[in-house]
Ligand binder design. Structure first.
Ligand code: ADP
Ligand code: MG
Length: 253
């Protein structure tokens, strides 16, 4: 049994069947990629893992416990962290302050924004945040405003903020979308390092095949809301059914 088990998940939006009958098993300590052409249902599926959507049918369990109907923060407490498609950091706070917020949320559960002044004096939080920035290779950028970071560094900070929550499952929705090649390669290296150094499972939705084939242990191909094939990267590459699903897309498989 996988750490994340998706059974017979279906989701309609009005007349549109966004997810048909999805079955998926993500094994612990692997990188599992979910790929598929635009509109295949990838983000809809991810939203069902994190409390943003409740499927019409089926079940989603993490470590044997259902996540359906739970609030996003409860799912976070179970050990699932999610990196959004657009980086969610505070542009007018420094890199260190952004990191301190996630360290603070991990320790104290919740906080109000006006608690930031107290947080700034909290030695334990400062130390945790500094350590995580060190690990992310971002210590030299600690005083920069979030808004001033490059796209790649925003993503790096956001991944670090997720890791400060000590998740067992990290979910990434197209983490390299809109990035220049150099930033994409840096993100690939960072994720490889995380995979090697941590006890963590990664589920990644990705459009960029270079990223997918650099990182994934298993790949599920979604097409029109239904898994078409699930296999190793070697077997997915050049698979006739997968090529067919990507007809008309700019990406080649
Ligand atoms: P992907 O991430 O694979 O590109 P999505 O999961 O975003 O695809 O979307 C799958 C399909 O569901 C698309 O046809 C999209 O237009 C539709 N869809 C997604 N979210 C909604 C929504 N909230 N309301 C209506 N239709 C939606
Ligand atoms: Mg999407």
């Amino acid at each position: 049994m996988g750490i994340l088990e998706v059974k017979n998940v279906g989701k309609r939006f009005g007349g549109l069947q966004a997810l048909g009958d999805v079955n998926l098993s993500v094994q612990e300590n692997t990188v599992h990629a979910i790929i598929g052409p635009n509109g295949a249902g990838k983000s809809t599926l991810l939203n069902c893992f994190v409390g943003k959507l409740i499927p019409d049918t089926g079940s989603v369990t993490f470590d044997g416990q259902s996540v359906l109907g739970l609030k996003p923060y409860q799912i976070n407490q179970m050990g699932i962290s999610r990196v959004f498609q657009t980086p969610e950091i505070f542009g007018d706070l420094s890199v260190l302050e952004n990191m301190m917020i996630s360290c603070f949320a991990k320790r104290d559960g919740s906080f109000e924004l006006n608690a930031i002044a107290n947080m700034m004096k909290d030695k334990e939080i400062i130390e945790n945040a500094e350590n995580m920035l060190e690990e992310m290779n971002m210590a030299s950028k600690r005083s920069m405003h979030g808004a001033a970071l490059s796209r790649g560094d925003k993503r790096r900070l956001e991944i670090g903020m997720c890791l400060s929550q000590q998740p067992r499952l990290l979910l990434l929705d197209e983490p390299t979308a809109g990035m220049a090649r150099a930033d994409t390669n840096n993100t690939i290296d960072l994720l490889k390092q995380i995979k090697e150094e941590r006890d963590i499972t990664i589920a990644i939705i990705e459009h960029d095949m270079h990223v997918v084939f650099s990182l994934a242990d298993r790949i599920t191909v979604l097409a029109q809301g239904t898994p078409l094939v699930e296999d190793t990267p070697e077997n997915i590459k050049g698979h006739p059914k997968v090529k067919e699903a990507y007809l008309g897309e700019t990406q080649q498989v």
